[in-house]
Design a protein around this ligand. Sequence first.
Ligand SMILES: *[C@@H]1O[C@H](CO)[C@@H](O)[C@H](O)[C@H]1NC(C)=O
Ligand SMILES: *[C@@H]1O[C@H](CO)[C@@H](O)[C@H](O)[C@H]1NC(C)=O
Length: 432
Amino acid sequence: MMKSKILFMVLICLASTPIALSQGTCGRPLVDEAVYRPFQNEFAVGESVTYSCRTGHQLQSGYTSLNRTCQADLTWSSVGFVCERQSCGFPDTPSNGHIVGDTYTFGSTIEYFCNKGFELSTGASSVRSNCVPVVGSDPPTVAWSVATAPTCSRVPCPNPTNIANGRFEDSGVAYEYGARIEYFCDNGFKSNEASPIHRTCDENGTWGDPPQCLVDYDCDFEDFHQPTCGYSNTGWSREFRRDGLSGRSYVLHRSSGDATLTSPALTIEPPGACLSFYYRGTLRGTRLEVSQTTPGTNDASLSGGKSESDWQEAKIDLTPSNNVEFNVKVSGDPADVEIDDLTLNLSPCSVPTTAAPPGVQTTPVDEGPKSDTEDTVTVAPPASPPLSVPAIVGIAVGAVAVVLILSFVVYFCHAKKQREKKGIPGVPMSSL
Ligand SMILES: *[C@@H]1O[C@H](CO)[C@@H](O)[C@H](O)[C@H]1NC(C)=O
Ligand SMILES: *[C@@H]1O[C@H](CO)[C@@H](O)[C@H](O)[C@H]1NC(C)=O
């Protein structure tokens, strides 16, 4: 029973294909991206097939012949058409975003990304769109699976950080990518950043580290609330002077005993910082010195000036360290010494001097005139002083007055001439 069945199948196999081909049929007429009808595996000589383009494809323009025929030599007639991929067209372009992918035909995929500082509402990093057949379309067409470009919105930033001893201003902008806020330090504090101190909401939605407002070591001793700014003081007394460094102002004064002004620990970055201040007084037998106590490298002793009332500028380089401490100290014989306008510049002193050469007065540039004093006895003869403010004001007022008087004289002479010429006072020429 079994044997006979196998034999039967072998016979069928032998009888089918080779014999059939030898009797004359054409095989399957396969063409890329097209399907043929009727669907058979063999065709007799003279039989035809009609093609249609596969899904997502269309007949390339110019071709009309979609038929082929099984010829007498058992080959198919030539292919007279081309099926090409249909195009979805240029995808919808996103604002504040961009497209990756540059083929737009059936089967292609493009990807939408947001530009720097923008994001998709879904939180995804991108959106893919495929060129796919449109279901039920007639004639069959293709379209992007994501028809409308996704929306890219600005990355938001959290509320900016409040800082100690300062504040920020945001000029009413929304806290999102590109927004800029400005920080200000309270009086007596300053930042080591260049002004204006600002932060910008970056592409990751962060403001970065907030600035720091540190105690201002620049001290003119004027602020009642912070008489010695960020310095701690022993022995110096803050006193009013009519002939202070900038006219009527406060100075620090020492008359007896040790007086020391000490900085807190500071960080001074390379290449260093320049401490400068003005001082006056008789230093004979008195020591006015600046010491950098940590790292303990600099120790500058200042020499006396020409006279007690001459302000002299001291400039001392501080060595970089993350723990700099310095003090301005007077010791030795009792003597009146005053200091003013202590300033710390975060770059080395341009001229590394500690004091003026003996007998030469270094006059600070922006220093007002030291008009002759009621409070201080000057022993040295005044060396041809520069013009004082009252003198300059006097000259200016005089000059203005002269110009005014001259203008009046010219005007009146001119007016008088005109009246004599026309005889009609007060009527403009154009109305004559
Ligand atoms: C293609 O073949 C089909 C079916 O045989 C026929 O109806 C049609 O007219 C033919 N078309 C052309 C262009 O030869
Ligand atoms: C934003 O984040 C990326 C990735 O972490 C980083 O490479 C880039 O520097 C960041 N941008 C800013 C402004 O911090």
